[in-house]
Design a protein around this ligand. Structure first.
Ligand SMILES: [Zn+2]
Length: 302
């Protein structure tokens, strides 16, 4: 697979040339075949990932922390008027909240989640809307898959639910199109990562949505080595109180050769692929790769 391509404007390319890294950036080209587009929305401290498949399906994995409808409005503004598959990784507010206005504002045809019982008003609202609308919902476990056309969303975790845990019960998905694989990890932590490694789940992926906003309680070296990502996306809020992402996590990713991109610095990130190569926008976010590690945390690590 072609490792990197981008639509970098000449001035950015010139700057990158100065830092000796232009070899990473071959010229972008128009995509001749239908594309997969994965949009990592800048939702602040939380996750929301919108996937458009080459045959016109819309998948939404998590909705971010806000109930003001920003994610729904973003989708509508870009011509998305219904969701074929909504996935909630786990019931925490920074993942479920933004799904509620989507459920209220457009047809959603199917919802996958882990089925965990969790006492919060926003999760109850989420479940209540699914029931009220008669939406097909499914409690998913490792080994299940959603295949439409050339795109497959494979569930790698959880195999069973753990009592009293939310992060480690996160639904982990591997989205595949051609030679491209994206691993979407929710907020799993080290123990769930170890569980997946132990049962030899197919973790390898060119693009990794880094678990739990870059927390040091996730992204063990063994897990990252199994994924071996070229691109690591950290969905994180600016100046969040948790110190996310941890500089140690960023360092581990960099040591493995991954290009680390953060939504708090770059805003919404859009990955487009024809199944062979891919581009990442905005091109300016490549500049952040060269910032020193000391700037990769807004506060003390958790
Ligand atoms: Zn989270």
């Amino acid at each position: 697979m072609q490792r990197y391509s981008t639509l970098a404007v000449p001035i950015i390319a010139a700057v990158l040339l100065l830092v000796g890294s232009a070899a990473l950036l071959p010229a972008g080209s128009a995509q001749a075949v239908p594309s997969l587009v994965a949009t990592f929305l800048d939702v602040g401290q939380g996750d929301a990932i919108w996937v458009q498949t080459p045959d016109g399906q819309d998948l939404l994995i998590d909705g971010g922390p806000r109930t003001d409808g920003r994610v729904r409005d973003y989708l509508l503004s870009r011509g998305c008027t219904d969701i074929e598959l909504m996935v909630l990784t786990h019931p925490h507010a920074d993942h479920v909240s933004g799904l509620v206005p989507v459920l209220e504002g457009m047809p959603v045809h199917e919802v996958w989640y882990n089925g965990q019982e969790y006492g919060s008003a926003i999760y109850a609202r989420f479940l209540g809307l699914i029931a009220a609308e008669g939406i097909v919902s499914r409690t998913v476990r490792a080994g299940e898959a959603y295949t439409r056309g050339a795109v497959t969303l494979q569930i790698l975790h959880p195999q069973t639910l753990r009592a009293s845990e939310a992060n480690n019960n996160s639904v982990v998905c591997r989205l595949s199109y051609g030679e491209l694989d994206l691993l979407l990890t929710g907020d799993v932590e080290a123990s769930a990562e170890g569980e997946m490694l132990g049962r030899r789940a197919p973790l390898e992926a060119e693009v990794l949505k880094v678990a739990h906003h870059g927390s040091d309680s996730s992204s063990t070296l063994a897990f990252l080595e199994a994924v071996s990502p070229e691109i690591a996306v950290i969905s994180v809020g600016a100046t969040n109180p948790y110190g996310h992402p941890s500089p140690a996590t960023v360092a581990r990713l960099r040591a493995l050769g991954a290009a680390v991109h953060r939504t708090d610095w770059c805003g919404t990130l859009v990955l487009t692929s024809d199944g062979t190569s891919y581009t990442l926008a905005p091109p300016g976010c490549w500049l952040y790769l060269y910032l020193p590690l000391a700037l990769h945390s807004a506060g003390p690590g958790p």
